[in-house]
Design a protein around this ligand. Sequence first.
Ligand code: BGC
Ligand code: CA
Length: 343
Amino acid sequence: MVILLCICLILPQTGCANVSAGGDEKISVGVVVYSFDDTFMEEVRSAIKNTADKENVRVEIWDSQGSQNKQNEQIDQFIKQGVDVLAINPVDRTAAGVIIEKAKQENIPIVFFNREPIAQDLQKWDKLYYVGAQASMSGMIAGQILAEYWKEHPEMDKNSDGKMQYVMIKGEPGHQDVELRKKYSISYIEQQGIQVDKLAEDSAMWDRQKAKERMLAIISTYGDQIEAVIAQNDDMAIGAIEALKEQGYFTSDRTFVPVVGVNATLSAIQAIKEGVLLGTSYNDAQRQGQATLLLAKELAEGKNPQESGFEKETGFSIDQGHYIWVRYIKITSENTNDALRNR
Ligand code: BGC
Ligand code: CA
């Protein structure tokens, strides 16, 4: 540290300002998150915060409380405050265009995360990025877990009609994960030569309690006809399991209902260990938060991450000039530990 400070004093032009005393010249990142009530975003938030602390970057993280208007005001406020870079988890991903115009005018780069702006918006400027996980992959993993179970457990076909009667509990309408997880989970199962038959499909806004309510209604209509439940995240999978339990399922092998989720939250891993959740895919919040913050820092320093050695240093590669993708991992009772690394 002493040596570093000396070098800074001798060579003030080398950009050492951030390690000099006072800390006033630290890079500052303004972060907005669509809602602090979201379990998954809580993990992403803390990953952003921890990485910022490690990197000696100042970060402020604000709760947009599910309102795009509120978020727009928060972004105006951050711009007024003079942040060096913005990291945005939009409430409404189609609102990105307006936000981009503002930031571009002030030359403030943006890293969007978790809620993906449409491709055309991201093309509007070279200082726009998106960090997320590829929704199609989580869909395929959900399909794969169910298809494998179906093949190994003929009793899953309760009515022996050769078709998988399923229920789908979806997240918030308009979210990229909703359509893609839906499409890829089902097409994966069909590609395995298994016919499907949709009993019910409903939205529960990523929320455990709402999913429980929806599922209770679905059980009262379809009961024992239900052969599989595809929940688009773990909170909703757990809500569905609670409803099933309340209605007498999961008391014996005979009343087991295969349920899959997405995220591999800690409660989901617990549910897998208890044998009530069949599987999920690990949506790596740690790496997404880390990539978001590291990329934001790089941009705030005025660097082009595709030329600066960022990819080599961090291990995050940039796809098509604007994207960092974090991989999902399939999690079942066989490998729950894979979702516990880095946590
Ligand atoms: C997660 C959901 C979460 C949503 C928030 C998704 O990727 O799977 O659990 O609610 O992101 O935008
Ligand atoms: Ca059947």
